[in-house]
Design a protein around this ligand. Structure first.
Ligand code: ADP
Length: 177
C-alpha cells in the first residue's frame, strides 16, 4: 500500500500572528500566563478578557513547557502558550529549553489533531535570545518533529519584521541544503 500522507510543510511568513486564521497560534508567554508585553500582550488584547479569565485557572507554566487554551475572539481556534527561556549567555540550558518550547507546542497540536500552527520568534524579543541561534533551533526542531507528525500539515514561523523574515528564510534554505 502506498503512503498518501502529505509531509509537513514549514513556511516563513511576515505577519501579525493575531490575524492568522489557523488551527493554533503559539504565544511566547511568561510563567504566570497572565499576559505581558510583545506578542503576549497582542494575543491577550485580540483574544479578549475571556483569555485572561481562563489562564487564571491554569496555574502558570514552566519554561520549556506548553499549555493549550481556546482562541476566544481570535481567528485561530486555539492558543498554545509556551514559556521561552530568558537568554543568560547560553549556559543555562537555553538551547534545550527553547527547543522544548517548539517540541511541546507541536506535541500539543498533534494531541488535538490540529492541521496548522504558527509560531512567533519565541524568546527573540525582551527575552534577548540571539536571533540567528534561535532561528536555527526553531527550524531544526520543527524538521526533526516532522517525522512524527500525523495530523499537522502546515507549520508557519512568523516574523514580525523584515529582518527576522530574512533571517528565518536564510536559516530555512541553509537547512534544506
Ligand atoms: P519573548 O518574551 O519570548 O522574547 P516577545 O513578545 O518580546 O517575546 O518577542 C517575541 C517575538 O515576537 C519578537 O520577534 C517580536 O518581534 C515578535 N512579535 C511581537 N508582536 C508580534 C505579533 N503581533 N505577531 C507576531 N510576532 C510578534
Amino acid at each position: 500500500m502506498t503512503n498518501t500522507r502529505k509531509p509537513l510543510e514549514l513556511q516563513i511568513i511576515e505577519a501579525d500572528i493575531t490575524h492568522l486564521q489557523l488551527d493554533a497560534i503559539v504565544n511566547a508567554a511568561n510563567h504566570s500566563l497572565l499576559g505581558g508585553g510583545g506578542v503576549d500582550g497582542a494575543i491577550h488584547r485580540a483574544a479578549g478578557p475571556e483569555l485572561l479569565a481562563h489562564c487564571k485557572t491554569l496555574g502558570g507554566c514552566a519554561t520549556g513547557q506548553a499549555k493549550l487554551t481556546p482562541g476566544f475572539r481570535l481567528p485561530a481556534r486555539f492558543i498554545i502558550h509556551t514559556v521561552g527561556p530568558v537568554w543568560h549567555g547560553g549556559h543555562q540550558q537555553e538551547p534545550e529549553l527553547l527547543a522544548s518550547c517548539y517540541r511541546q507546542s507541536l506535541q500539543l497540536a498533534e494531541q488535538q489533531g490540529l492541521h496548522s500552527i504558527a509560531f512567533p520568534a519565541i524568546s527573540c524579543g525582551v527575552y534577548g535570545y540571539p536571533l540567528e541561534q534561535a532561528a536555527r533551533i526553531a527550524v531544526t526542531t520543527i524538521h526533526a518533529f516532522s517525522r512524527q507528525a500525523h495530523s499537522l500539515r502546515q507549520v508557519y514561523l512568523v516574523a514580525f519584521d523584515d529582518r527576522m523574515r530574512t533571517l528565518l528564510e536564510k536559516t530555512l534554505s541553509e537547512h534544506a541544503r
